[in-house]
Design a protein around this ligand. Sequence first.
Ligand code: IMP
Ligand code: MG
Length: 183
Amino acid sequence: MTPDSYEKGIKRILINENEIRMKISEAGKYIDSLYDGRPILLVGILKGCFVFLADLARAVSVPCEVAFMAAQSYYSGTDSSGSVDITMDLKQDVSGYHVIIAEDIIDTGRTLSKIFRMIKERSPLSLRVITLLDKPERRAVDFKADVSLFTIEDVFVVGYGLDCGEYYHNLPYIAEFNEEIIN
Ligand code: IMP
Ligand code: MG
């Protein structure tokens, strides 16, 4: 990746920092109202969740633990192949927890439907899903988050945790990726 193609990869800003900040603040208040002082376990799905989870955790006031799982969905460029591997599992027994899974984006729905089923089988006190982004047009398996901060059209996005080939995770905003730089 040259500096020039890196810049060209950012086609346009889709969601700016301020819009993200406002939605996360609302989501934090909503979580506080749902759990009403009860402790929660926020489970982030690595790597894409790391920026969102850091901000979301600081937007809630209920007692909050954080934990991580990692999933790998096989991509060639920007296209999903269908199979999902869980490459890192939770260390704790979730049966005593109100669990909220925090994901960066629901695209085909395969990753979250697999992770949701896995955690559900371990009988948490309750289980909800919050996603930063939702791309409903791309759904291959039926899956709906309890809370979705932004619904977006079918474009590949980067930034605020989301990457393309490991780049752009650290953009402070969400941008449409310019697929011409890899094609
Ligand atoms: P799934 O297709 O719903 O299983 O989505 C799996 C994962 O694909 C997400 O957690 C992201 O890491 C990645 N992904 C899906 N769409 C995008 C995108 O537009 N940009 C970056 N990553 C994406
Ligand atoms: Mg992800």
